[in-house]
Write a protein of this length. Structure first.
Ligand SMILES: [Zn+2]
Ligand SMILES: [Zn+2]
Length: 107
């Protein structure tokens, strides 16, 4: 198995600088955020040749890609600000923002 760690680290660094310098005010989808999250995610296969997704930062693995992406967003990406379009409250992850926006649906 060949891993190009130096290239990965370089991409993570560049994406991180992009996010931090712009203090991105992202809504639900941002290409920069997507590529930043993606740069933390590696893919391998298990003994049964099934895909396994791995957090390159801490080594956490899962056979569900969205689990690892959610983990990276919650644990490894700092300085994110996602604001609610209704009340402008800020959140650190898209999951928490989505959860929050439900409270506005009953108005
Ligand atoms: Zn991790
Ligand atoms: Zn709100």
């Amino acid at each position: 198995m060949i891993r190009v760690f130096s290239l990965k680290s370089w991409r993570i660094l560049v994406s991180l600088i992009l996010v931090l310098t712009k203090r991105l005010f992202v809504t639900d989808f941002s290409p920069e955020l997507e590529s930043l999250i993606q740069s933390y995610v590696g893919k391998t296969v298990d003994d049964g040749n099934l895909p396994v997704w791995e957090c390159l930062q801490c080594g956490k693995t899962s056979n569900r890609q969205y689990n690892i992406r959610g983990h990276v967003e919650a644990k490894h990406i700092e300085g994110l600000k996602l604001s609610c379009s209704v009340c402008q409250k800020c959140f650190k992850t898209r999951d928490s923002l989505r959860h929050h926006t439900r409270i506005h649906k009953d108005i």
